[in-house]
Design a binder for this molecule. Structure first.
Ligand code: AMP
Ligand code: GLY
Length: 441
C-alpha cells in the first residue's frame, strides 16, 4: 500500500515509524514531514492545510490510504475531500472535526450527550459576556471558540483578568476564532488524556497518557503544545478505561451518529479528574502530540490494520494489544519556545541516544541538510523510552537525552513526576509496583 501521512511533528514521525512496520506498507509519503521522516519516507513540499494539493497528489500517485496527523486538515475537510476522490482516509469528517474546531459546538454536544463537563456560557458579544462574568465572578476560564494554536484559553483568577481577557478576545486578535467566547467554571484536579480508536459506532480506548503543557518544571510558565508525556498515567489506571470511555467518549459517538455524522478516527478526551469525578475539558479529534509517541511505542500490533478498521467500521470486538512496559517521552525545545526562538542549530547525538535499548528519538521541528539534522521549529524532538516501570522509562529517557546536544535548547526535567508521586503514595516507600498488569490479550 502507498500511504500518505499529513503533518510535520513528532507525532507524524512516530506514525511513519509505526506504519512502516506494517507488512502491507510499501511506500510512505509525508507532507510536509521533517528531518526524521526524511529517513523513513519521502517528504513532500505540500503544506498540511493545502487540501486540494494533498488530494491531487494522492490521486496522481495512487495513494491507497491517508493518515492526517494535525487538526487543521481535518477541520478543513481533508477526510471529506479524500473520500470523495475514492481514497480511504483515517479521521473524522469536517462535521465531526468541529468537536475540536469549535469549543461552543463541543459544549453543545457534551450537553446533548450527557457528558460531565464544566458549567458554561457561550457569548458572541462583549456586553453579555461581561454580564455573565459579573454574575459569576472570578475565577473563570475564558476560551476563544475556534482553533487558536493552544493560545485561546485564559485562566482568569481575578475580575481584572476576566475584563482583560474579554477585551482581548473581542478585540479581534483571534480573528474568527474569537468571535464567540466560551466562559466556564474553573476546575481543580489532575489532567489526563484518554484516546480512543473509533469506527463510527465503537470506541476502543488506548491506555491513559499524561501530557505536560506548561513550558517549565513544576507546571510553570506559558502553555505549550506539550513538553513531554507518558503512559500509563496512574491517575487513570487500565481497569478504569472502559468505564471512562462509557462516560466521556461513547455518548459522543452515539450523539454524532444520531446527527447523521458518525465519528471515525481518534477521539481524544482531555479530562480533569476533580474531587467530584471526571470532567471533560476538551475534545481533540486526532492523536495528541507528544502523547502519540509513548502510546505508539506501547502499541503491540499493526497500526495500519487498526486505522483501516476504523475507516471501514469494522473494529467489532477487537482487543488492543499493549506492551506492559511504561513509556515516557521528553521534548527538547529551542530556547524561547513557545515565544520566538532561533532556528538552524545542529542537533547531534541522535544515533547515540537510539543505541540505548528501547529508545526512539522522534523528530519534530527539524530538517535534514546534507547529512546534518538542523533545528527548524519550537519543539525539536521527543526522546521516548520504554521501561519495566514508569521510573525505569524515565531514567532511560533522560539518559538518552544526555547523549543529545543542541545549542540554545531546553527540556523539562520533571516529566512523569506526578505519576511517580501516585505510585509512591500507593506503595511502601522505595518499592514502586509495576505500573500496569501483565499484557492484556
Ligand atoms: P483546553 O484547550 O480547553 O483543553 O484548555 C487548555 C488548558 O487550559 C487545559 O489543558 C487546562 O490546563 C486548562 N483548562 C481548560 N479548561 C479549564 C477549566 N474549566 N478549569 C481549569 N483549567 C482549565
Ligand atoms: N498534547 C496535546 C495536544 O496534542 O493537543
Amino acid at each position: 500500500m502507498r500511504i500518505l501521512i499529513i503533518g510535520s511533528g513528532g507525532r507524524e514521525h512516530a506514525l511513519a515509524w509505526k506504519l512502516k512496520q506494517s507488512p502491507e506498507a510499501d511506500e510512505i509519503f509525508v507532507a510536509p514531514g521533517n528531518g526524521g521522516t526524511a529517513s523513513l519516507a519521502r517528504n513532500l513540499p505540500i503544506s498540511e492545510g493545502d487540501v486540494p494539493a494533498l488530494v491531487a497528489f494522492a490521486r496522481e500517485h495512487h495513494v491507497d490510504f491517508v493518515v492526517p496527523g494535525p487538526e487543521l486538515p481535518l477541520t478543513l475537510g481533508v477526510v471529506d475531500a479524500m473520500t470523495e476522490a475514492g481514497i480511504p482516509c483515517f479521521g473524522p469528517v469536517a462535521a465531526c472535526a468541529r468537536l475540536e474546531g469549535s469549543k461552543a459546538f463541543a459544549k453543545e454536544i457534551m450537553q446533548a450527550a450527557g457528558v460531565p463537563t464544566a458549567a458554561c456560557g457561550v457569548f458572541s458579544d462583549r456586553k453579555s459576556a461581561g454580564a455573565f462574568a459579573a454574575k459569576h465572578g472570578a475565577p473563570l476560564v475564558i476560551k476563544a471558540d475556534g482553533l487558536a494554536a493552544g493560545k485561546g484559553v485564559v485562566i482568569a483568577m481575578t475580575e481584572h483578568d476576566i475584563d482583560a481577557a474579554l477585551d482581548d478576545m473581542f478585540s479581534g486578535r483571534f480573528g474568527a476564532a474569537g468571535q464567540t467566547v466560551v466562559m466556564e467554571e474553573f476546575l481543580r484536579g489532575e489532567e489526563v488524556s484518554l484516546l480512543c480508536f473509533c469506527d463510527g459506532e465503537r470506541a476502543l480506548p488506548l491506555p491513559s497518557a499524561q501530557d505536560h503543557k506548561a513550558a517549565y518544571d513544576g507546571d510553570r510558565g506559558p502553555n505549550t503544545g506539550g513538553m513531554g508525556a507518558y503512559s500509563p498515567a496512574p491517575v487513570l489506571p487500565d481497569d478504569e478505561l472502559e468505564r471512562m470511555a462509557d462516560l466521556t467518549v461513547r455518548p459522543v459517538l452515539r450523539e454524532m451518529a444520531r446527527r447523521g455524522t458518525p465519528f471515525r478516527g481518534i477521539l481524544y478526551a482531555g479530562l480533569m479528574m476533580t474531587d467530584d469525578g471526571p470532567r471533560v475539558l476538551e475534545y481533540n479529534v486526532r492523536f495528541g502530540d507528544p502523547e502519540c509517541q509513548p502510546l505508539l511505542m506501547r502499541l503491540d500490533e499493526d497500526l495500519l490494520g487498526l486505522l483501516r478498521s476504523c475507516v471501514e467500521g469494522s473494529l467489532a470486538d477487537h482487543k488492543l494489544r499493549i506492551r506492559h512496559e511504561a513509556a515516557l517521552g521528553v521534548v527538547l525545545a529551542a530556547d524561547g519556545y513557545p515565544g520566538s526562538y532561533p532556528k538552524g542549530m545542529e542537533v547531534s547525538g541522535i544515533s547515540e541516544a537510539e543505541a540505548l535499548d528501547a529508545v526512539r528519538v522522534f523528530q519534530a521541528g527539524t530538517r535534514y541538510d546534507n547529512g546534518r539534522i538542523l533545528a527548524n521549529g519550537g519543539r525539536v524532538l521527543c526522546v521516548t523510552a520504554m521501561g519495566e516501570t514508569l521510573s525505569a522509562a524515565r531514567t532511560r529517557a533522560y539518559e538518552a537525552m544526555e547523549r543529545i546536544s543542541m545549542p540554545d535548547s531546553f527540556c523539562r526535567r520533571d516529566i512523569g513526576s506526578k505519576g511517580l508521586e501516585h505510585l509512591q503514595s500507593e506503595t511502601v516507600p522505595g518499592a514502586e509496583r509495576r505500573v500496569t498488569p501483565p499484557q492484556r490479550s
